[in-house]
Design a protein around this ligand. Structure first.
Ligand code: ZN
Length: 50
């Protein structure tokens, strides 16, 4: 499923916007904004973010 990943388009699972592979992998399938929103809500991970 990942052999053509560089040519695939990824979309945020929350808002549906097109995101890069880096965003997809780093943000667990979300765009930066939705990921940031989620991380803000899940404060328990605040020390692990980047
Ligand atoms: Zn999003």
């Amino acid at each position: 499923m990942t052999e053509n990943e560089e040519k695939e388009e990824h979309h945020c699972e929350v808002c549906g916007r097109k995101i890069s592979k880096e965003e997809y992998e780093t943000c667990d399938g979300l765009c930066w904004e939705c990921w940031d929103d989620q991380m803000t809500e899940e404060c328990e991970f605040e020390e692990d973010i980047i």
